[in-house]
Design a protein around this ligand. Structure first.
Ligand code: ASP
Ligand code: MG
Length: 404
């Protein structure tokens, strides 16, 4: 028998009716002759609600207890699904992360899976049961319940598939992976296939359909991941190794991210020591820098800009205050209406001129960009958020990212 891991997200198990529908979908796959392992998220917005409750008691809830609390969300959904499977005449068992042998380490609320002891899962599969596993949770060496960070059920599913050496199917409320976010590019193409590398870039650049860590795991263990809709039978997207079917296209997708704070430090005397002082200060405040740019020296002075997440606003404020004491002549300014726009495509490795093409499109449409960075398979630009829609429209047409 082949094993299949199926994962269903929070919306897919958001109501009792939907849980019943998921049970039927699982049964269908089981009836095709597969051993089934099902991983679930918590119902609907349960995780958010649990966190809200904790925050009503404490602005900074004890992290071990927070893990204990939020892990209950998945226990509700797995038990309900297993009850539904029994009701439809199928033997099934729900297992917490601990019962499924999912071992973790790290900090509470941000754990990583270190290993999975499959003994229990295999025993139940061997006895013909459908095994329903709580996503997002595990157990640490102290025996405490842990969680994997928001969206962590995808990781649970892919890690189980990696260990079981089988395919992983992720079911959600979208049809699959698109060339661009359909909310800003309504005619975006749904992709039949995308390489792990492209998906990792798109996920970390803000495509948001799948957790980046889960895609990384799939890549590492070469586990094909199918992403599709829970309800209906539209074909989804396969995330897999790069192959010749993908070779024809240069650009696979476009992503935008509005969570960008751009900090500019003006009037920095041009000495490498000064640059080091600035970035040391930023590092000391644990600010995660994304893009960096520096103007050419003019009369012995340069301006430096960098971007980070708006979550780091407070730390930036602190770092700026301290810097101003060490270097009184500098001026620090912040801009938050900035969007990072990226084009991604593994075909870029072999193709020249993508950056030039984008620069031309920006020029033709009067779009100013502030910074550019590149990786082997992506190019990112920061632009004013007010130009975002215009830029997306123009690029989607020029780079063939839309259906006609
Ligand atoms: N329930 C968790 C969350 O909302 C994990 C998940 O859904 O993947 O983040
Ligand atoms: Mg999710």
């Amino acid at each position: 028998m082949t094993v299949v891991v199926q994962k269903f997200g929070g919306t897919s198990v958001g109501t009792i009716e939907r849980i019943k529908a998921v049970a039927k979908k699982v049964i269908e796959r089981k009836e095709q002759g597969n051993d089934m392992v099902v991983v679930l998220s918590a119902m609907g917005k349960t995780t958010d609600e649990l966190i809200t409750m904790a925050k009503e008691i404490s602005p900074n809830p004890n992290k071990r207890e927070l893990d204990m609390l939020v892990a209950t969300g998945e226990q509700i959904s797995i038990a309900l699904l297993s009850i539904a499977l029994h009701e439809y005449g199928y033997d099934s068992i729900s297992l917490t992360g601990f019962q499924a042998g999912i071992k973790t380490n790290g900090l509470h609320t941000k754990n990583q899976i270190t290993d999975i002891d499959l003994k229990n899962v295999k025993k139940h599969l061997g006895e013909g049961r459908i095994v329903v596993v709580a996503g997002f949770q595990g157990i640490n060496e102290k025996g405490d319940i842990t969680t994997l960070g928001r969206g962590g059920s995808d990781t649970t599913a892919v890690a189980l598939a990696a260990k079981l050496e089988c395919i992983c199917e992720i079911y959600t409320d979208v049809e699959g992976i698109y060339s661009a976010d359909p909310r800003i590019c309504p005619k975006a193409k749904k992709l039949d296939a995308i390489s792990y590398e492209e998906m990792m870039e798109m996920a970390s650049l803000g495509a948001g359909v799948m957790e980046t860590r889960a895609v990384e795991l799939g890549y590492k263990y070469n586990i094909p991941i199918y992403v599709g809709m829970t309800h209906g039978d539209k074909k989804g997207t396969m995330i897999k190794e790069y192959d010749e079917t993908m070779e024809g296209r240069v650009i696979t997708g476009l992503t935008t991210n509005d969570d960008v704070l751009m900090i500019t430090v003006n009037n920095v005397e041009y000495k490498s020591k000064n640059i080091a002082v600035i970035f040391d200060k930023i590092a000391k405040h644990s600010i995660n820098i994304d893009m960096i740019s520096q103007t050419a020296p003019f009369e012995g002075y340069v301006n430096i800009s960098f971007t980070c997440s708006t979550d780091d606003s407070y730390s930036v404020e602190m770092a700026a205050k301290e810097l101003q004491i060490d270097m009184p002549e500098i001026e620090v300014s912040r801009e938050s209406n900035i969007t990072k726009l990226s084009v991604v495509g593994i075909g870029m490795m072999k193709q020249f001129g993508v950056a030039a093409k984008v620069f031309n499109i920006f020029a033709d449409n009067n779009i100013e960009f502030k910074q550019v960075t590149t990786s082997e398979i992506s190019i990112s630009y920061t632009i004013n958020s007010s130009d975002k829609q215009k830029a997306v429209n123009a690029l989607a047409v020029a780079l063939d990212l839309q259906v006609n």
